[in-house]
Design a protein around this ligand. Sequence first.
Ligand code: C2O
Ligand code: CU
Ligand code: CU
Length: 465
Amino acid sequence: MSTSRSPGRISRRRFLEATAGTAAWVAVGGVAGLAATTLAGKPVASKRNPLFVPSTATPENFSLRAAPGQIDLGGGRTTRAWVYNGLMPGPTLIASTGDSASITLYNGLSQPTITHWHGMLVNHENDGHPMKAVDPGGTYVYEFPIMNRAALNWYHPHPHMLTGEQVAMGLAGAFIIRDDEETALGLPSGTHEVPLVLRDTDLDRTGNIVYKPRSGGWLGTYPLVNGTRDPYLAVDQGIYRFRVLGGANARIFGLALDNGLPFKLIGNDGGLLAEASDISQVDIAPGERLDLLVDFGPQSAGTRIMLRDVRSGWNLLEFQVGSKSATGTMPVGTLSTIVPLAGPSTVTRFFSFDGMTKINGREYDMHRIDFTVPFDVTERWRFTTNGNAPHPVHVHGASFQVVSRTGGRGRIFPWEGGWKDTVLLEDRETVDVMVRFDAYRGLYLMHCHKLEHEDMGMMANFEVI
Ligand code: C2O
Ligand code: CU
Ligand code: CU
């Protein structure tokens, strides 16, 4: 029997009958081979793959190569992808406040690219602005001091009109910053601190990642966590710290654990929140980050807990609790002091996210400066939209504080406290943020982080002067 697939044919079906006569099942072959159906109506444990956790590196004298590669999505299912240093997600960069980064980007793709350090306070030269994109075969050298407080940031491509494709094809990685304030909390570390890069994907008939952009935003058919399909993570009976990144092009995830266990929410885009809170469901839009603790201590060995996306009904990641106990305590009380940005009560700047391609009625022009902002002055920025949302609004060059949301969901959520660099705007919502650019003067970007909207022009240049 031939195992090759002829074009236009659907997957072969194979019928298997167990010799013992107690169980019979249908296995659906083909690319996915995932659907576990039972004739007897009994659930068959679907095969899950160990969660991939990228290797770590310091950003000092670091070479970052963007190039096509071959990736195992789990269980030997390989796909062609575009990857940083052969990995999807790329290596997790780890540095401390006060360190310096020196990174050389090599473009091994067949189209221009440039890497942006999302969330990092860097000057224009180091920000991955689309006008800095380098051609295939080219390099770009980054040198910057690490000024941020402890946080999960990330890196991804930012070339003009190609960001959606390059991220969808696999180019993204985590960038973790540490500082003394965070270290003093004694949060879970080592194997108990796990980055979770969430995204979705589409695969073609041969199992390769395909990108099919749609103006409304590209939604894939399968979830990937750290590039793994149907992953599991073996955990002990201790406390885990999950550094979660919304790494999809357009999809918003609504995270919950299927046994109702709450998350301890301790941080977001800009690092630690003022205090921890228990929360049973949390949303994460493209570009956003979450810092979540989960205590598996009360769970008995053998328990399986599913991290779910309640919006799509997807199973994202299964935690398989082992018998090893572990020590550790949940933080109580104050985590950090967040000094509110005091500023004007009236709007300094107003941004209307129009349709799927415009901010304030204009499509992005790489060479036009849309507005200027005074250095070191606190301003109130108002983001609004009538429709075509969600628009996860992202600002380069500074973190901001979300101060109000009217219309739509009409409130600020616990994960929107502290410091943010991306805030979700749903239909008919108006969100006010306070922002102050006190790191650098120069040219920066604001844009919708639904990457198809960004690529189609929902982006603006501004200069801090
Ligand atoms: Cu994560 Cu301007 O981007
Ligand atoms: Cu950014
Ligand atoms: Cu948008």
